[in-house]
Design a protein around this ligand. Structure first.
Ligand code: NIG
Ligand code: FE
Length: 385
């Protein structure tokens, strides 16, 4: 089955060999998809025949968004906590334990239903790849269950047993459990391991011990780093060759320099600062130092209950001073780098046919028209939704 998408006004390829600027923009082109891959990109006048046709009507076509950071396996919500925060309460991460209790009490069907509803919600907003973490089970059975369910929805599954120490547990004993029986039970379903390295969660030594144990089990690494306070998370991520250091809200000069000279992406999660009414990370400082930046939603019931990459792009542009091109790049190619994937995040022959047709003539409209549903068609693995 082949599909011709023609009459494209602006094609964001993210491939500077193909087009102009950071986004590798091409104009008046057509794309042919065959099966789950891009087969051809070229001038509209030379388009080959195909089984089906999508007329882009001179609108913009982008790679599907790559949301490289989301916590979708949970039950319940924390609307009351959000309301209290907007009335002046601080965010501490303490509500993770509220969601833990609701998650443990939920059936598999409830957890899977909730997570798949969020994946569908994200897809309608242009997300074609989403990472899903555990982290609300916080015991062996419920962490393993969370990952088994997550693996039904994505290949990008992340073991986050080290989200917080559950109530009543001794911290040292819990770290031993995470590195031991919990890791053994979760590793079959997890591609990645992550630790919340921050005040009130895990310190540098604990984080290192858990990540090193996970790496020995064959998991790749990512770190929740420097969200609430400055700390060792970013430097540990770089030292352990983690694919991504996520949040990066409180970073030092040394942190920025370490990221700039590394293979570790800084994943910024502006939905979390929005929903916790916190200062945004300094994206300009990271970008200007040459750090690779990704944008992701952090979708979770506590600190960022949004599945919308367009919303995060709008925040990044308006409040973090990223250009529209930088934000779109970070939400697509940046996310792909944060997942160490080269088959997504770019549009070129051989790439996965994951793309969106915007109901707008350019990528700039994603930030220029915030809150407006601009995603008209989404192809995932070559299949229109
Ligand atoms: O990324 N920071 C740690 N974890 C989540 C918050 C989870 C929660 O509050 O439930 C985050 O913001
Ligand atoms: Fe998170």
């Amino acid at each position: 089955m082949s599909i011709l998408i023609d009459n494209i006004g602006e094609l964001v390829t993210n491939d500077q060999a193909q087009g102009e600027g950071l986004l590798g923009i091409r104009r008046d082109v057509a794309v042919v998809v065959e099966g789950d891959r891009i087969a051809w990109i070229g001038p509209s006048g030379q388009k080959p025949a195909a089984d089906a046709r999508i007329d882009a009507q001179q609108r913009a076509v982008l790679p599907g968004f790559v949301d490289s950071h989301a916590h979708l396996v949970f039950a319940g919500d924390r609307a009351a906590e959000f309301g209290a925060r907007m009335a002046g309460e601080p965010y501490t991460g303490g509500g993770i334990r509220t969601t833990m209790a609701a998650t443990r009490a939920a059936s598999d069907d409830e957890l899977l239903g909730n997570a798949s509803r969020l994946v569908d919600e994200a897809r309608r907003q242009g997300t074609t790849t989403i990472e899903i973490k555990s982290g609300y089970g916080l015991n062996v059975a419920d962490e393993a269950r969370s990952l088994r369910l997550a693996a039904k929805l994505t290949t990008e599954t992340t073991f986050l047993g080290a989200h917080v120490v559950p109530p009543g547990s001794d911290p040292d004993a819990y770290v031993d459990l995470v590195k031991g029986d919990m890791l053994d039970a979760c590793a079959p379903y997890a591609k990645w391991a992550d630790v919340f390295c921050d005040r009130g969660a895990f310190d540098g030594d604990q984080t290192r011990a858990i990540l090193e144990a996970a790496a020995r089990k064959g998991l790749q690494l990512r770190v929740h780093a420097n969200q609430l306070v400055a700390g060792p998370g970013v430097q540990l991520a770089v030292e352990l060759d983690a694919a991504s250091a996520d949040h990066c809200t409180h970073v030092s000069e040394a942190d920025v320099a370490a990221l700039a000279g590394s293979n570790t992406v800084a994943t910024l999660l502006p939905g979390a600062e929005f929903s916790t009414r916190s200062p945004y990370p300094d994206a300009r400082r990271l970008l200007d130092a040459g750090v690779t930046v990704a944008l992701a939603t952090d979708c979770n019931p506590g600190s960022s209950y949004t599945s919308s990459m367009p919303f995060c792009i709008a925040l990044a542009v308006r409040d973090m001073r990223m250009t529209p091109a930088e934000a779109v790049h970070a939400a697509t190619a940046g996310g792909a780098r944060a997942l160490r994937r080269d088959d997504i995040g770019r549009l070129r022959p051989g790439a996965r046919a994951d793309l969106t047709v915007l109901d707008a003539p350019s990528h700039i409209h994603l930030a220029y028209r915030p809150g407006v549903p601009l995603i008209s068609t989404v192809l995932h693995n070559g299949v229109p939704r």
